[in-house]
Design a protein around this ligand. Structure first.
Ligand code: ATP
Length: 711
């Protein structure tokens, strides 16, 4: 086997099988042993220091120190509190403090009131003191009368007893019983005095310790971990005052210091509001409401809450901010299902009803009126915009008079349940889809114009023109044959102009524009379009400038902050500025946590909505070349003018409907007029169309509509 082994080393000197020959022979090995290193002794003071540090930093030492400091502080703090209470009870200190607090808060009326109470207290105290001067004499007299009376009374009882028992010695029996009682009490006190003196101070100590413990009167580090953790702590007036004091607003801090313990006088009552509390704070003069609003995060942290759990709004009262503070973590709990899902008998009323959308932060139902209001919902991607917009449409669909034209420029099926319910449903993200959606919106503009021209008093069914992911339309680069862009925000941009027209004039004739858009910028959501919406809602957004785009400056200046919602965590929570919802007085917006209606539930609701209507065939593409009555259109463009040049008629026709007449030649016009018996004729050497001829032809023409044309 050994011949098969290939050595891996040049001259292997050892083999695993045979030990080397020299290893067998004993060899005397001399080796140099290094001197052991000289270990210098550590000086005593260093060792002592180290030991002291080890002992001082040992967890047990720290725990022991914490216990000692904690309980010592409880006693000291409790003594301070008890002494202060006693001092407050006997002096006018409380009144002085309240006067200072009221003055610091700028509330001079309250200051005067406290001053009056203080004066009354002093007068009463003075009277008591004056009474004391004459009291020893009265006390002595009273004692003499009392003793005499008692002895007299006991003697009378003794005489009655002696007569009854016929035993003269019984006269003093009651008196002797009193003497015995006094003797017993003296003996009792003598016996108990020692233990009382020994125990008394300890009882007093325990009393002040309990007061101090109750007030947590110890440094934070010395408190037990459970008391130290302020997470989820209920909000009390002193916590709010402390949080405000530590906001870093100089005048506020000074005013609160000045007020001392009376700082809570700045606060209104703390009331339970939904899953949190609400309190109004009247700020001292010199502190503005928006200074406090600007410190939301710090205030939240001072209250041991996350930023999104604290809302600061400005109510009607002057110099007042309203704080809403959520119970810790309460906003992360889901809200219940929508009544649209739970109540399958629910119907809607476009004019008078309100869509059940969710809950406000107070936990009250948040319902939105959609009557004659254009709508805009924005938010970052995947925050619940489509679901929120769809919830409104689902409710409104339960009013059978409502019609929908629907463009979903994402096209992944979020709106597919509206097939068979909406008049038009375009779904898809491409430029072709945008073209279709633009034509759909332009169709709504035509409908709006027809409605506007209808006789006064005509009522119109609500027509909701809904475009989800509208930013795709604004950003679309496609142009039509005349080089007019479908997207963009120029004067000739087709989507932009159509939306603008509906915004300007649609409301009164119930043609309403609803748009959902993502991550707004000036490019994908032009200013005029943002501001044309009456109801503006925003889910979580990236920045304050986006919040301003979404909701407008007024709402953001009033405290609306969708940019502070947490993307991902606050899905479905939106900030809303609208006259269609009840917003607490003085606030400019309201935060709504919307119900989540998933696709399946949405389908159930649309099935109900479809059952309310006669079958609707939904168009999924816009048909070009609508049927038009050419002769009637010619009469329309002639108006009141007796004769109009054929060239001008052509121009006016193509302005009326580009699709139908844009490609017409003079020959086309001539043919239609000749067919109707109203052929053009020459006037002053130029071809004209005569109004009377057209009118006569319209009157005479047969019912089969021979003048209709397809463009
Ligand atoms: N009210 C709600 N409550 C809780 N979660 C919700 C709510 N609404 C939506 N969500 C969650 O958010 C997800 C995204 O919702 P949705 O599709 O409406 O977002 P989006 O903002 O329209 O997104 P994109 O802009 O990307 O289309 C849903 O799948 C759901 O998980």
């Amino acid at each position: 086997m050994t011949e098969n082994v290939v050595p891996l080393f040049k001259n292997p000197t050892t083999s695993t099988d045979e030990p080397p020959a020299e290893a067998a022979a004993p060899v005397a090995v001399l080796s140099v042993v290094d001197e052991p290193p000289v270990v210098r002794p550590v000086p005593l003071w260093v060792r002592t220091g180290r030991t002291a540090r080890t002992i001082a930093t040992h967890p047990r030492t720290r725990t022991a120190a914490g216990v000692v400091v904690r309980h010592g502080s409880y006693v000291l703090g409790g003594t301070r509190v008890v002494a202060k209470r006693a001092w407050d009870g006997r002096t006018a200190a409380r009144y002085e403090r309240m006067i200072r607090a009221a003055e610091a808060a700028g509330n001079y009326e309250a200051a005067a009131d406290w001053e009056q109470r203080g004066a009354a207290f002093r007068a009463a105290r003075h009277k008591r003191r004056m009474d004391l001067i004459t009291s020893p004499e009265r006390l002595a007299k009273n004692a003499a009368y009392g003793t005499g009376g008692t002895i007299g009374g006991l003697l009378v009882i003794g005489i009655a007893l002696a007569i009854a028992t016929k035993e003269p010695s019984d006269v003093v029996t009651p008196l002797m019983a009193l003497v015995d009682l006094i003797h017993f009490m003296v003996t009792f006190v003598t016996v108990m005095w020692g233990p009382l003196v020994a125990v008394g101070p300890w009882v007093a100590l325990a009393g002040v310790w309990t007061v101090g413990r109750h007030r947590q009167a110890a440094p934070n580090w010395a408190l037990p971990a459970t008391a130290r953790s302020t997470d989820g702590e209920p909000i009390t007036p002193s916590i709010v005052v402390k949080a405000l004091r530590d906001l870093g607003i100089g005048p506020l801090r000074n005013a609160i210091k000045e007020m001392g313990d009376a700082g809570a006088s700045m606060l209104g009552p703390i009331t339970i509001a939904g899953c949190g509390i609400e309190v109004d704070v009247t700020l001292p003069s010199g502190v503005s409401t928006n200074e406090v609003q600007g410190k939301r995060r710090k205030l939240a942290e001072n209250l041991s809450r996350h930023e999104h759990e604290v809302f600061i709004t400005i109510p009607v009262a002057a110099r007042t901010v309203r704080l809403w503070v959520a119970d810790s973590g309460a906003l992360d709990e889901p809200i219940g299902p929508s009544p649209l899902v739970t109540d399958d008998t629910m119907t809607a009323d476009y004019t008078k009803g309100k869509a059940p959308w969710g809950q406000d932060l107070r936990g009250d139902a948040a319902a939105l009126s959609l009557y004659q209001r254009h709508l805009l919902i924005t938010g970052l991607s995947n925050q619940g915009k489509t679901v929120a917009l769809r919830s409104l449409a689902l409710w409104l669909a339960l009013d059978k008079s409502v019609q929908f034209l629907l463009g979903d420029l994402k096209g992944v099926g979020d709106w597919k349940m509206f097939d068979g319910l909406a008049q038009v449903l375009i779904q898809g993200p491409t430029d072709e889809h945008v073209v279709q959606v633009v034509e759909m919106v332009e169709g709504a503009v035509d409908e709006m114009n027809r409605r506007i021209q209808a006789p006064p008093g005509t009522t119109f069914p609500p027509l909701i023109v809904l475009v989800d992911e509208a930013q795709v339309a604004f950003m679309c680069p496609a142009k039509d044959e005349e080089k007019r862009p479908y997207g963009g925000a120029k004067a000739n941009s087709r989507y932009f102009m159509a939306v603008r027209k509906i915004h300007n004039q649609g409301r009164a004739v119930n043609v309403l524009m609803w748009q959902g858009t993502q991550d707004p910028t000036n490019e994908n959501l032009p200013k005029l379009v943002r501001e044309g919406a009456h109801t503006r809602a925003s889910l979580a957004l990236g920045t304050e400038s986006q919040a301003r785009m979404a909701l407008g400056d007024k709402a953001v200046d009033g405290g609306a902050a969708p940019n502070l919602l947490r993307p991902g965590l606050d899905q479905g929570t939106l900030v809303l500025a609208s006259s269609g919802i009840t917003i607490p007085a003085g606030q400019s917006s309201i935060t709504v946590r919307t119900h989540y209606i998933n696709d399946d539930a949405a389908e159930v609701i649309t099935d109900r909505a479809k059952a309310l209507r006669d079958g609707i065939t939904t168009l999924t593409v816009i048909e070009h070349g609508e049927e038009r009555d050419a002769l009637a259109d010619i009469a329309t463009v002639l108006g009141d003018t007796p004769r109009v040049l054929t060239a001008d008629v052509l121009k006016r026709l193509s302005a009326l409907s580009e699709d139908a007449y844009g490609s017409w030649t003079p020959g086309d016009l001539k043919r239609v007029l000749e067919d109707a018996g109203a052929e053009p004729y020459k006037s002053d050497g130029r071809m004209v169309v005569g109004r009377d001829r057209v009118q006569r032809a319209l009157t005479n023409r047969t019912e089969d509509g021979s003048a209709s044309v397809e463009g």
